[in-house]
Design a binder for this molecule. Structure first.
Ligand SMILES: *Cc1c(COP(=O)(O)O)cnc(C)c1O
Length: 429
């Protein structure tokens, strides 16, 4: 595989950016070599600067649930662009996108658009603290909630991959109010509530933890969490930046039928452009400025071009059967690969929910907490290379999940499954 153009571009990028990238998970640090520089994407495929074509399961780390350059999304962006890009004044498009979301979502009465998942979570935490008048928060080990200070404690893939448990530059004072407990552990949850319940503003969780492996929680654990929050007057914050509009239109809340008090969205909501959102019931959202005392703002928030992309994308996602179809195609793909791994006796399986999958190098069938993940990433490194050689692109970290889009057809997935099998044979031979 020719990679010289990517290599040259990487050399240049190294002069300008730390590690040559603008977000650490894009670096090939965990898998070695230069990252591939991507020139274009169409449907389920991407092409790099050396003209290599790949089936793309990274999908920009989640946003592209319709694949790359989906015609409706493309057209709505172009049409909106004709009228300019940003005004610092309200536009109709913001309400149009909000209506698509809120009319189908029983968990939020009002939302606020921001420009990233990080911003959505950060603002939601401020709201939880402002609304309750309390400061402490509980988060779970292995859940990633973006890169803002008070949640950079035992966070997701970028940090796990680089072997750091936290970030430099975050004052101890800032994380003092963040209590970290293991996932899927009712005893730890009870102990934390016993000690801190009176000071807790919220408990934040990725209801489908998918940033540090795919750590599917038992529904009974999530129900217990809901119950304890209700009992103690603590807000339950579902960070659905990855699971929202992915496993169901209204995310994991709908998938599990568990109502959170505050929700954050990102990734899919913006159709590939920078959008995040947080939302809650009316009485909570009333605390947000200018209605209430919790300040939050953004020059480019609700950007019309980004709204247009979100509108087109979520309109397709809201069609009947969309998520059933996503899940069915993904399941067939996953089962095909897993049957092969099992038959050959490889310590490998794809873990899946909805249209998300994760490559687990383990013979354990359920991995529910960060501590259960096999920390030896050598086999992932080999698999990543073997997949690239077979024209399949996955994120360059064994802690990242893969995403199946609407345009990863049965045929594309059959081909991908075959490439996975061949790559596994190469890794385990
Ligand atoms: C991706 C992600 C974030 C951060 O979103 P950005 O847009 O990268 O800032 C936060 N929480 C979860 C669950 C995510 O998956």
């Amino acid at each position: 595989m020719k990679r010289s153009n990517s290599e040259k571009l990487y050399e240049k990028a190294l002069e300008y950016f730390p590690g040559g990238v603008n977000s650490p998970v894009r670096a090939f640090k965990a898998v070695e070599g230069a990252p591939l520089f991507i020139k274009k994407g169409k449907g389920p495929y991407i092409w790099d600067e050396d003209e290599n074509q790949f089936i793309d399961f990274c999908c920009s780390f989640g946003p592209h649930i319709l694949g790359h350059n989906y015609p409706d999304v493309h057209q709505n962006i172009v049409d909106t662009l004709e009228n300019g890009t940003s005004f610092g004044a309200p536009t109709k498009l913001e309400s149009d996108l909000a209506e698509i979301i809120i009319s189908r979502n029983p968990y939020v009465d009002k939302i606020r658009f921001v420009s990233s998942g990080t911003e959505a979570v950060m603002s939601g935490i401020r709201l939880a603290r402002g609304y309750t008048g309390k400061n402490k928060i509980i988060k779970f080990e292995g859940c990633y909630h973006g890169h803002f200070d008070s949640l950079l404690v035992n966070a997701g893939s970028g940090l796990a991959t680089f072997g750091e448990s936290s970030s430099a530059g975050v004052p101890q004072k800032v994380v003092e109010d963040t209590i970290v407990i293991p996932l899927n552990d009712e005893e730890a949850l009870e102990a934390a509530f016993e000690k801190h319940a009176d000071d807790l503003a919220c408990v934040i969780i990725e209801p489908i933890p998918a940033n540090n492996g795919l750590l599917l929680q038992e529904k009974s654990f999530l129900l217990k969490l809901r119950e304890m929050c209700t009992e103690h007057g603590v807000l339950l914050f579902f960070d659905e930046v990855i699971s929202g509009f992915r496993v169901a239109f209204s995310g994991a809340a709908e998938y599990y039928d568990i109502a959170p008090d505050i929700v954050s969205y990102g990734k899919i909501i913006g159709g590939g452009l920078p959008v995040g959102a947080y939302g809650a019931k009316k009485h909570i959202m009333q605390s947000v400025s200018p209605d209430g005392p919790v300040y939050q703002a953004g020059t480019l928030s609700g950007n019309p071009v980004a709204m247009a992309a979100g509108i087109a994308q979520l309109t397709v996602c809201s069609q009947p059967g969309f998520y059933e179809d996503q899940e069915a195609r993904t399941k067939t793909f996953v089962e095909s690969v897993n049957a092969h791994a099992k038959e050959k006796g490889y310590d490998f399986s794809l873990v899946t929910v909805g249209s998300i999958f994760w490559m687990a190098f383990s013979d354990q069938t359920t991995i529910r907490s960060a501590a259960q993940i096999n920390a030896d990433m050598t086999p992932f490194k080999k698999l990543h290379k073997a997949l690239l050689e077979r024209s399949v692109y996955v994120g360059p970290s064994g802690y990242e999940v893969g995403f199946v889009s609407h345009v990863h057809t049965k045929e594309v997935l059959e081909n991908a499954a075959q490439q996975f099998k061949n790559a596994l044979d190469a890794v385990f031979s």
